[in-house]
Design a protein around this ligand. Structure first.
Ligand code: 15L
Length: 267
């Protein structure tokens, strides 16, 4: 891996990953629709709208591996999700394949499986249960990744990311928090591990309250350092200030599940 492209490079996670991956690969190209505020002179940055195939072709040219963080990162109207996460994601994989890119690490999300209840521990082989249009788009991205891996030999890793941050923000995040350094470690496994064809890992730290069996990541050498329990007191204090959410509190996806929820009104 000589040249890596990071999409979504101006976002919070993209900015953290650019900093953490700096030096790990000889060249890092950044792309986003907006210019990162911390861009330094000489940094390789190409602005691109992912729904425009010609622009995507330009950013993938000459790269060996892609960390695809780009797209819309929360729930939104279908038009937005469709443009950024369906068309944009397909364009990214198609252009990567045509350009001879070797590997893609795709930022999937816990929301692809958000409607699993919190009392069920799930692995990476469960049926997707998206909790939102955003979650549907992440399940779609995993399917696109599997297709390009199986049909065209792209090496693809999908990371079902929990919540990236300096510390878990509330009770739910005590289960799904991922320390940025741990996420960077997972990305490097996706970019470097010799045995990867198509894999799904959970983007989660070593959390005692985790709902996910992440043994597939550990089999590939993942050694998470973060432990959400170290922050339990502050996360529970923050939780105490949140309104009750009977549906969200039942499912792993939290408020993504309770938003627009009306399943209980059907006979
Ligand atoms: C995600 O997938 C989002 O990108 C992030 O903004 C958080 O909402 C996170 O999930 C979460 O579930 O906390």
């Amino acid at each position: 891996m000589q040249t890596i492209l990071i999409t979504g490079a101006a976002g919070d996670v993209g900015t953290r990953m650019r900093r953490l991956l700096k030096g790990a690969y000889p060249r890092i190209r950044a792309s986003d629709i907006r210019t990162p505020v911390d861009l330094a002179p000489g940094d390789d940055f190409i602005a691109a709208e992912l729904s425009d195939y010609a622009q995507v072709e330009k950013i993938v040219a000459g790269v060996d591996g892609i960390v695809h963080l780009g797209g819309f990162s929360v729930e939104g109207p279908w038009e937005t999700i469709h443009k950024s996460n369906i068309v944009g994601c397909y364009n990214l994989f198609e252009a990567a394949h045509r350009a001879g890119v070797k590997r893609v690490v795709f930022a999937s999300s816990n929301h692809a499986v958000g409607f699993y209840p919190r009392d069920k521990k799930i692995g990476v082989d469960v049926t997707v249960r998206p909790d939102s249009r955003y979650g549907i788009s992440k399940a779609f991205g995993e399917a696109v990744g599997a297709f390009y891996a199986d049909k065209h030999g792209l090496r693809v890793t999908c990371l079902r990311i929990g919540n990236v941050g300096d510390a878990p923000l509330d009770k739910r995040r005590l289960s799904i928090w991922v320390k940025p350094e741990d996420l960077a470690q997972l990305i490097r496994i996706g970019l470097d591990h010799p045995d990867i064809r198509f894999e799904i890992f959970y983007g989660v730290s070593d959390n005692q309250a985790s709902w996910w069996d992440n043994s597939n990541a550990r089999r590939h050498g993942y050694k998470p350092q973060g432990k959400a329990e170290d922050f339990r007191a502050q996360a529970m204090a923050a939780q105490g200030k949140l309104p009750p959410d009977p549906v969200g509190d039942r499912y792993q996806g939290g408020t993504f599940c309770s938003a627009e929820y009306d399943a209980d009104k059907r006979p």
